[in-house]
Design a protein around this ligand. Sequence first.
Ligand code: SF4
Length: 694
Amino acid sequence: VIEMGTPDRSVITTCAYCGVGCSFKAELNGDELVRMVPYRHGKANRGHSCVKGRFAYGYAHHSDRILNPMIRDRIDQPWREVSWDEALQFAAQRMRGLQQAYGPKSIGVITSSRCTNEETYLVQKLARAVFGNNNTDTCARVCHSPTGYGLRQTFGTSAGTQDFDSVDKTDVVIVIGANPTDGHPVFASRLKKRLRQGAKLIVIDPRRIDMVRSPHVEAAHHLPLRPGTNVAVVSALAHVIVTENLYDEAFIRSRCDWDGFQDYAAFIADPRHSPEATEMLTGVPAAELRAAARLFATGGNGAIYYGLGVTEHSQGSTTVMGIANLAMLTGNIGREGVGVNPLRGQNNVQGSCDMGSFPHELPGYRHVKLPEVRKIFEEAWGVEIDPEPGLRIPNMLDAAVDGTFKGLYCQGEDILQSDPDTHHVAAGLAAMDCVIVHDLFLNETANYAHVFLPGSTFLEKDGTFTNAERRINRVRRVMAPRNGYADWEITQLLANAMGASWNYTHPAQIMDEIAATTPSFAGVSYELLEREGSVQWPCNDNAPQGTPLMHVDGFVRGKGRFIVTEYVATDEKTGPRFPLLLTTGRILSQYNVGAQTRRTDNVIWHDQDVLEIHPSDAENRGVKDGDWIKLASRSGETTLKAALTDRVSPGVVYTTFHHPDTQANVITTDFSDWATNCPEYKVTAVQVSLSNGP
Ligand code: SF4
């Protein structure tokens, strides 16, 4: 740990890592950031933090940061440092030229869940008001887009139902496809505290995560399902609840569509959803499925928390809807201690979705086809908005390979490293005539870029992040942007170089525009955030202080909607060549592809990705603990070290993806969620064999 100097002032801001959204006091000595101290009045963390937010901010001053704009005519040429004005004119002329030559739909934007609400709002506005299309997407495409779809279909809005405080009132918790100890540590501590007080835990995960058994915490049930079978397990739980008459009929009659429930009940009561039939598919013992279902239905307040182990599947949206069905069946919606709670991986996944970053939705989750919605923004922006939904990220790349998509502005997202099927992403990027990368570092995507616009860190700008409980937290400028501009200013400069005349002078004005155009944000302002510290949307005349709990008196869509969730096996099959199933996750100290956490001086970040493999699978292959192994799939292969453990079941292997050398996405398939195209990162058929190393 490196701590320097004695602080003489501090600024309250928000962690830029996970979706817990911890508040910190950034303590400075003059202009030097001395340390980050968890802020005890932060409503999401109440003085707690994890190692990432507390210590992993050194990347802001890392020598890898690019501080000057760069351009090049072709990607096989060296970069040339230029002034901001020259870079922006170069980018604007190229994009305008592509619009004129190939039509307005030939260019688009990708924004990031790492950026502020105000920044993502401006990036989608750039696409819609300046590019003239809806070709805007966000990296939430590859993580929680099924949450957006599934919760909107069932409840009517694309957000978690509870605040974090709610966990203090829960009696029985399902954690499915999430590893809170590593992914959401501050929330995990809170959940463990509740478990130590006597709440019961059901873990649904192929791997024996820490919560299954850790000091003073032991799950009542661990359902170690085969990767890819979430829908079947959730349906088996619902089958038991319906066939044993454990459902909350009064809640369903008053709060849900009763006809829809009857259709669903007839579907789910079918013997193919029984625990016995499900055991064959999933590997989870029928008795455990039955006992877990009974516990959830009868154990008091029941809450469900889930993560990317639910969404990053070919049936990610189906599982989200199955989880919503389970909560409605048991009457576990609309009060403290219950609910459906997606644990968001990145700091502003919720916000980037709220801000209209998807190609079919304007801010506030309103479809772009609706003339009355377009009219609001057309009047505010003084433009006509295309009524046709735009391209998702994978569609942009397909269109680029086909020669119809020519230019991309990519802010804060390394799609070459983060998105599935690396070779296809590279082919799409290479086919474009103008790729503008706006980021902190020369990332992998920048290898295919013509313009590099240096970005600013969260320490260098004002704005807001929205955490997993819909809490809008202020991000405050701690130091001047080392690159010269905050990210929202750079997007504005690019828009104006392309002919717009935006004149925001502070992100507060962008938030005012969001509030004026988006009903769920109507009451949000920087003044309110200063006064309250933070606020949870919806925040408007109906809820001037915000909304900690959703769907209290009725669902946003009116009646809750049960949806039939048929299990369909993934197309990714094991076989003689690839007999094992690979699934992925993260560790506490690292964050996603490690762009920030790896650029820190602290020693705990000097780790490596390893492959967890069951001792019996390792023995069959002559692999010992610490050996180098080759991990091969139908898509590609990589090399890493083996870690023998019974945390994974025989037939399942597991790795993290924090280091670029691991190239996990060379291995993963290009299958994706049927509704949203969210990649199926969590299921890949693989083979493991001994290797001599990289
Ligand atoms: Fe809090 Fe998440 Fe940041 Fe850790 S990474 S300090 S849990 S917001």
